[in-house]
Design a protein around this ligand. Structure first.
Ligand SMILES: Cc1ncc(COP(=O)(O)O)c(C=O)c1O
Length: 470
């Protein structure tokens, strides 16, 4: 952390400032100082305690410990400020602690926090289901199931598809990420670090190729690969569902070409297979539309949702055609915490914030700015290292290579850029099959000034990583 970005530790605002006298900025500064002053521990102390107490398999990208966060900014327990381009891995399209989300959650907490929808149901679950059914693309009537995590949503989408079709098979794609439970790991198309040493995975999960410029796989090749799969391993009449992320998340922020999405829809219709869009990372405004699949005009049968739906609270769901969603017997779906009322209230408020604050349009505009600024930064600092800048809306990634001609993925450079950014006060996260892309999930509510500050730090981090090689 540079000295300029570092805030004095445990410095509480001493002087009482009247609201009328203080600027909004000063008020925020005081709140932050007070919140940070509450921390009586250092990052190093927490690292030591964590190493002794927390399972090694839970990795953390940054060696800092959170103390306070607001919108697109976060302070650690030592008072260091960070601009957050990660948003808790795509969870915070409406920012840290959006006032509407916090107010709705607090109001719900004053009534009840848990009854289990399976025992005593409640209104916020219904209201959210109605809202999601209305937002999901397509004219057919919809129904919704609420659960807690993205992986659970994907597992349930597969269960529903199997029940609706009476078939076992599921087809997923190379580079796809669907979660860390055993079924979703079976569907996840990236070995390291997720799948190492924890197989075997459930049967009847098949993998088709995802188009890749890097690997020279065109849409035509990918569709041929899928059709070959039908001939070699996955008899189409035994396939319940094809699941695809409309924009690969962990796999590298690569959008599915629209033409491919249309062909998948046709193939599904031809064989009575259900099409599942996994919108866990790409949904809720990240790409400039409620759901990323809307860009293609294709209507899926089922959609899995989570992350930014509830503005920081654990909530996920499956939205789908009512006839498909109703395939399972009562009692076949659910879970003790599924559709927690506080999380439902938060989700309703987050959705309202996206609507009221025009965050879909903001996402599109932010995406254009990010792409243009990354191109500029690349051209200025290292054109031969920026191999690709891609994405939809504000779901943008920059891919680094050792040199433009060989296009060899440079995971080491990527790691160093992320480390230099952290030192300078910017949180970044990698993605991609080769770990050589940096993805941007900055809250859509972030001000232009904060986004610009983050981009300047990114540029400084790229230059610092390059300087190490000189
Ligand atoms: C597309 C996609 N599906 C599913 C998941 C799993 O979600 P969770 O981590 O909430 O289980 C993720 C998580 O990153 C994801 O990006």
């Amino acid at each position: 952390m540079s000295d300029t970005a570092k805030k004095p530790r445990r410095k509480v605002a001493q002087k009482k400032t009247t609201k009328s006298a203080a600027s909004a900025q000063a008020v925020v500064k005081n709140i932050v100082s007070a919140a940070v002053a509450g921390a009586d521990v250092t990052n190093a102390q927490l690292i030591a305690r964590r190493n002794a107490a927390v399972a090694r398999g839970v990795a953390s990208a940054a060696p800092i410990y959170a103390q306070y966060a607001e919108n697109a900014e976060l302070w650690d327990v030592e008072g260091n400020r960070y601009i957050d381009f990660v948003g808790g891995i795509g969870v915070l399209n409406t920012g840290h602690r959006h006032p509407k989300v916090i107010a709705a959650a607090k109001a719900q907490e004053d009534h009840y926090t848990h009854t289990s929808f399976q025992v005593v149901p409640y209104g916020p679950y219904i209201e959210l289901a109605e809202k999601l059914n209305a937002l999901a693309p397509g004219d057919a009537p919809k129904k919704t199931l609420l659960v807690t995590t993205g992986a659970e949503a994907v597992e349930n989408a597969v269960k529903i598809a199997r029940a609706a079709t009476g078939r076992p098979g599921v087809i997923a794609f190379t580079g796809g990420y669907h979660g860390r439970t055993l079924l979703t790991l079976g569907m996840t198309g990236k070995v390291s670090p997720y799948k190492k040493g924890v197989g075997p995975f459930p049967a009847d999960v098949f993998r088709a190729p995802f188009p890749s410029v890097r690997d020279g796989i065109t849409v035509e090749d990918a569709i041929t690969g899928l059709k070959n799969l039908f001939l070699t391993d996955a008899e189409p009449s035994r396939v319940a569902a094809i699941i695809i992320e409309p924009v690969l998340g962990e796999g590298g922020y690569t959008p599915v070409p629209f033409e491919m999405m249309h062909q998948l829809r046709e193939i599904c219709d031809q064989h009575g297979i259900l099409l599942i869009a996994d919108e866990v990372q790409a949904g809720f405004g990240r790409t400039g539309t409620w759901f990323a699949i809307e860009h293609s005009g294709v209507v899926p049968d089922l959609i899995t949702v989570a992350k930014s739906m509830a503005g920081g609270y654990p909530l996920a769901g499956v939205i789908g055609r009512a006839d498909v969603m109703d395939a399972m017997e009562p009692g076949g779906l659910g879970g003790t915490y599924g559709g927690n009322p506080v999380a439902c209230a938060a989700a309703l408020a987050a959705i309202e914030a996206i609507e009221d604050e025009g965050l879909l349009a903001r996402s599109t505009a932010m995406g254009e700015t990010l792409k243009a600024r990354f191109a500029e930064i690349g051209a200025r600092s290292a054109p031969y290292r920026f191999w690709d800048i891609r994405g939809l809306g504000a779901m943008i990634a920059v891919e680094f290579v050792t040199d433009f001609d060989s296009a060899k993925p440079d995971a080491d450079f990527t790691k160093r850029v992320i480390a230099h950014a952290l030192k300078r006060g910017l949180l970044l996260l990698s993605c991609g099959m080769h770990g050589n892309a940096v993805r941007v999930m900055v809250p859509l509510t972030a001000s232009d000034a904060v986004v610009e500050e983050g981009l300047s730090i990114f540029e400084a981090a790229v230059q610092a990583a390059l300087a190490e090689e000189a």
